[in-house]
Each structure stands twice: as structure tokens, then as C-alpha cells.
Design a binder for this molecule. Structure first.
Ligand SMILES: NC(=O)c1ccc[n+]([C@@H]2O[C@H](COP(=O)([O-])OP(=O)(O)OC[C@H]3O[C@@H](n4cnc5c(N)ncnc54)[C@H](O)[C@@H]3O)[C@@H](O)[C@H]2O)c1
Length: 335
């Protein structure tokens, strides 16, 4: 099977990680890169032996087999269009695009039969996959409650928080996606609350440092999604799936970010993950492998644009509920 030549545009925080993963993924021969920043471009050449291009057009014109987009969200729509126009499969980091651009972009992709995989990496995490398998095999019975947690050990830079869209869109969107994906059910309403007990500047830029959303599914299942920027025990990502037959927990292992209140059970013994890139190291690798399989046409797309838009719509509803204090109905955009 010929090796693939992948193009990567956007070489910031997550783009450099994708560059490392692409160069260690079997079946990929060449990594070609472009970034508006000369510094980031040079770094990718030095660190990963990538071939640099001066423009997106030159990158695409070089004959790449697939385009990976890890540029900032505001650039996603135009970059996706360029990949779709060139007739090559696209992997784009979440979210698909800013909400206002979503309906037109979805239509554009559909009309041209574009193949676009979105980077909700938890769908490739072994724990979430096992919980979904167990649920679908009937091992958990019918689900009565799902409880999802995503907490950072420390807040990111205030400059980032000022433009992140809020805690639900930045962090909890991954939980909203997983709850939708795992159950295969629609989330119909969200009721959210948030608080600020840490750095007052987080409130000043319009965000909260801790939040909780109660969600209702179309079959009556209940769920909660909680997030915080101040989790002293470390980066904590978990999901409890409780059913009529059994319960399964994702993220319960030797690196779980908590300690037991029970007497000396000797668990967990490890050090908690520092942040999301360590926690999902393997899942990020798996999603790049999955993209090569999508390019070769040997697997289905693990996260479509419509899937990502559904998760963003829940996050938008949670943010609206936080701001209004009222429960908000979820209406996926452009579906
Ligand atoms: N899946 C996840 O867990 C996850 C985690 C973090 C970020 N993200 C997503 O990844 C994307 C990038 O986030 P980041 O934190 O790496 O951002 P970043 O600001 O660190 O990096 C963005 C890079 O893109 C480049 N860029 C911007 N517009 C460009 C364009 N038009 N052409 C070429 N290069 C361009 C910038 O120069 C910069 O180097 C965002 O959409 C974010 O939502 C996803």
C-alpha cells in the first residue's frame, strides 16, 4: 500500500502534537506543513523533518492525500472549504466552525460529498469505547444516569479564557459529545449553573471557573456534566454510566485524580495527569490512525461535522442557560 502524504495547517499548541503523531503513524510517508507564523513553521521543520510551504495553495498543490487542520477555530471554515474543493479528505480540530458559519459550511460539505472528520478524540479513547460497547451489548441495562467530569488542575492563561467561548464550549463540549455518542440519544434540554471562587479576572472576562449542567435526554435519561479550572488533585476526566443492570466508570485507574476516603485501600497509586494532552495521548494517536483509514476508505468517519455540530449546540445551550438562569432547549444548527 503506498504511503500517504499528509498536509497539516496550523502548528500551534495542538498542531505540534498532531505533527508528532503524524510522523509516528504507520503508513504516512511525508508530512507537509503550513502556518501563518514563520516561527511555528520552522519549528515543525526542525522537530519533525516536515516539508514547509509558503501558502495553503502550495501545500494543497503539492499533492497531499489528506489535510489536517489545527489552526484556530475562526480559520476552520475557509480551510475546510479549500480541502473539500481539492477533493481530499479533511481532518479538522473541533469545533467545526464558529456557530454563525455552521449552516452554510455544512451545506457546502454535503453538496460536494466532502469527507470531513472532526477531532473529538475521546471517541477513540479505549475507556469511552469500552463503555459504549458494554452499553450497546446490553451489559449495563437501561441507563438511568450519566455523570461526566472534566476538570483542569489550574486555569489556562486569562488571554485564552477571554476568547475561549466559556467553560462549557471549551471543556465540557467533549463530555456533551460523548454523552450523545455513547447513548445514541438526543439531548433535549440543559439547565446550567456556574460560579467564580478563584481568580476574579475569570469573571471579568465573562467566564466561570466552575460549572455544572443538568441534561435531559429524549428518552428521559438524566445526566450531569461538571467542570472546573481549579482541581487541586490534578486533571480529572471521568464518566460514570449507571444502568439498571450495572455501572461502568471511565477514567477510574491508577492515575485517577482523587484519593479514597476509605481506609488504606491502596488505590490509586499513580500520579494524576497534568493536562488533557497527557490524558488523551493515546486517543490523539488513534484519531490520526483513524484518519489514515478514512482516507484509504477502510473505516467509517468516527466523528462527522454533524456530530460535532450537535455537541456544540449542547454547549451553546448550556452557555445560554448559564447566562439566563433558565433551562434551555437544544436545537442542533443546520441539521
Ligand atoms: N481536541 C482537543 O482536545 C483540542 C484541544 C485544544 C485545541 N483544540 C482546537 O484546536 C484548534 C487550535 O487550537 P490551539 O490551542 O492549537 O491554537 P494555537 O493558537 O496554539 O495555534 C493555532 C495556530 O494556527 C495558526 N493559524 C491560524 N490561522 C491560520 C491560517 N489561516 N492558516 C495557517 N495557519 C493559521 C496560528 O499561526 C497558530 O500557529 C482550535 O480550533 C481548538 O478549538 C482542540
Amino acid at each position: 500500500m503506498p504511503e500517504l502524504n499528509l498536509g497539516l495547517v496550523g502548528l500551534g499548541r495542538i498542531g505540534q502534537m498532531h505533527a508528532a503523531n503524524i510522523t509516528s503513524t504507520a503508513g504516512i510517508g511525508t508530512l507537509s506543513v503550513f502556518d501563518l507564523s514563520e516561527e511555528q513553521l520552522s519549528k515543525a521543520v526542525a522537530d519533525f523533518g516536515a516539508t514547509a510551504y509558503d501558502s495553503l495553495q502550495e501545500l494543497i498543490g503539492s499533492g497531499i492525500d489528506g489535510l489536517v487542520i489545527a489552526a484556530g477555530t475562526s480559520a476552520h471554515a475557509s480551510l475546510i472549504r479549500a480541502g473539500v474543493d481539492a477533493g481530499i479528505p479533511v481532518f479538522c480540530e473541533k469545533p467545526l466552525a464558529p456557530a454563525a458559519e455552521v449552516p452554510e459550511l455544512l451545506e457546502y460539505i454535503r453538496h460536494r460529498n466532502g469527507v470531513v472528520q472532526i477531532g473529538h478524540q475521546r471517541r477513540l479513547d479505549s475507556g469511552y469505547l469500552e463503555a459504549k460497547r458494554a452499553f450497546e451489548a446490553g451489559e449495563l441495562g437501561w441507563i438511568h444516569t450519566l455523570r461526566a467530569v472534566t476538570c483542569d488542575a489550574r486555569p489556562p492563561a486569562i488571554e485564552f479564557l477571554a476568547t475561549s467561548g466559556g467553560l462549557f464550549r471549551d471543556c465540557s463540549v467533549h463530555d456533551f459529545d460523548i454523552l450523545h455518542w455513547l447513548t445514541g440519544r438526543e439531548i433535549t434540554s440543559v439547565f446550567a449553573r456556574g460560579s467564580n471562587r478563584g481568580d476574579p479576572r475569570i469573571g471579568e472576562v465573562g467566564d466561570v471557573d466552575t460549572a455544572m449542567a443538568m441534561i435531559t435526554f429524549d428518552d428521559g435519561t438524566l445526566g450531569s456534566v461538571t467542570a472546573s479550572r481549579y482541581n487541586g488533585a490534578g486533571h480529572d476526566v471521568r464518566l460514570e454510566v449507571q444502568g439498571s443492570e450495572s455501572t461502568m466508570v471511565v477514567g477510574l485507574d491508577e492515575r485517577s485524580a482523587f484519593r479514597s476516603a476509605e481506609a488504606d485501600i491502596g488505590f490509586p497509586t499513580g500520579t494524576s495527569h497534568a493536562e488533557f494532552m497527557n490524558r488523551f495521548e493515546d486517543a490523539y494517536l488513534r484519531e490520526m490512525e483513524a484518519f489514515t483509514e478514512v482516507i484509504r476508505g477502510v473505516r467509517s468517519n468516527p466523528c462527522t461535522p454533524e456530530d460535532a455540530v450537535a455537541a456544540s449546540a449542547i454547549a451553546d445551550a448550556a452557555q445560554q442557560s448559564l447566562e439566563t438562569g433558565q433551562p434551555v432547549a437544544v436545537h442542533p444548527v443546520g441539521q
